[in-house]
Design a protein around this ligand. Sequence first.
Ligand code: WT7
Length: 661
Amino acid sequence: MSETLENLYSETRTFPPPAELAANANVTAEAYREAEEDRLGFWAQQALRLSWAKPWEQVLDWSNAPFAKWFVGGELNIAYNCVDRHVEAGHGDKVAIHWEGEPGDTRAITYADLLTSVSQAANTLTELGVTAGDRVAIYLPMIPEAAVAMLACARIGALHSVVFGGFSVDALATRIQDADAKLVITADGGYRRGKPSALKPTVDEAVAQCPSIEHVLVVRRTGEDIAWGEKDLWWHETVEQASDKHEARAFDSEHPLFILYTSGTTGKPKGILHTTGGFLTQVSYTHHAVFDLKPESDVYWCTADIGWVTGHSYIVYGPLSNGATQVMYEGTPDTPHRGRFWEIVDKYKVSILYTAPTLIRTMMKWGDDIPAKYDLSSLRILGSVGEPINPEAWMWYREHVGHDNAPIVDTWWQTETGAMMISPLPGVTASKPGSAMTPLPGVSADVVNDEAESVPDGGGGFLVLREPWPSMLRGIWGDEQRFKDTYWSRFGKGAGAGDEWVYFAGDGAKRDEDGALWLLGRVDDVMLVSGHNISTTEVESALVSHPSVAEAAVVGATDPTTGQAIVAFTIPRGNVDTSGDAGEQLIQDLRNHVAKKLGPIAKPRQIMLVAELPKTRSGKIMRRLLKDVAENRSLGDVTTLQDSAVMDLISSGMQAGKSED
Ligand code: WT7
């Protein structure tokens, strides 16, 4: 991306907050003013949401930038903040987690139950020789023990490194080795797509390559037969027999809390390091502000896996620090049927739902009639995270899930930012479909050109963060240089330009005429077509705005005349006829539709109708793989669903890329 990014799409629809919600909102427009006047004072105020064993002396120490220290000198215990203090306040009987297993078995876990389990697990970890600063790998399905294990580590000051349960032996082994973990917490397996899916064999193979591992703690979930080795211990024979008395000692605000590996676009996974006080402050505040959480009445559900940062920040630490009641679901959205999510919403009267665009588009593909069979009237706020949400998917979410009045909060953030950074406030912001709108109070985001100058309204460029924030990453585990190179050396002081440190997020963005921010995908994905920098996101959104399209992925393929040409892979909606001439006609219609929406420069050279798209385990489209498909095969002018060769190529790539994010 040499200059700035083209701004092709314009959106005029806006949706103000429902009056009643605005009148009772946790956070009002006043928060933006307060933070504007005194950013550090604002964050200090938010840190008072937590119970500190020792107050801090300094809000921010940025003297060793880009390594930040927040709430310097303060001490607190994270598990105490997420569990004990709610029990002490008389909420021990309140349900913390309504757990729903995929086969339909359920558990209701109160804050008092959580205190018992976390204390027992903390005692067991201590008995196994785990002490403050040690690393513990967690490789579990979506069962309550995952949250218990994380909180138990936090309680004794050990760092957890949660590895997504779908990852391979290699992915698990490299992560254990990089962190030099002492212990793995796993399960025999979990349920996925109606069947038990084993985890322990993967752990056995990984541990064989990891001499640092002293013990493997195994939760019994499926009851299937598993191999048993010398290092293995059952959770129910250790944790569940341990004393439930455990004193939570306070740790320094900058004590490390966890490592979470993210692969980024290429190369060796990066162990993103987060610490204690700043992280908990920002996840707690944003969960309160962006979801307008009323802990007495709301039922919150985040559908992410605990293996991603969304699960860390918005299943475990944010909601539990706020004393929320939440739903946790083990399985897939189409087991045993495609209405499972909506059935769960109705069953638990979920009022706040937080999910991903990939899921919303899948639901669109499955058809409007499915959510229509459910009540869904309990829902009052809908969240989105993980990718840009196309305006049409946003509208579908609002109409078919949010009964045309629940505000949608499109939250932009990253594993590295630890917590939400750009998002509407549901009681304040008049939102535009597809835009994450503006930085949250206390956050300073900007869109800049190559020289780090802010682009004017209506312009596109690079998304940067200009000021440190409490939940920011504190580094990459074991690799200071990579931390500086990856995030801090593109703009600002780290690039030898000026005195300010500027964080580069790796995303393209634009600021529209009203100052709202639109995320345009990773800058590595930007296409250069006849000298124009075009974002894949805008072309994908234009395709999804056609009534016959549920989902689209766009890549720039090498082209002799235009440098790169736009190639689109498109999934039609449920009942669209794509056979023979109808398919060819649809493809021509779609090319013209894009040209009409965005201008002739964005007209795809080629569109393929496909049944599925290759995605990472966290639901992001694997564009590099599609680029290979687009470049390495002469696919002719039109290719439809009937061309099984395209699907074969896509799915062979999906198999190959399956175990990595
Ligand atoms: C990347 C971070 C944040 C938790 C889950 C993903 C993309 C995330 C949005 C959004 C547009 C988004 C960005 C970002 N992204 N949220 N609301 N709108 N793009 O965490 O795996 O670290 O990925 O996800 O490209 O940089 P992650």
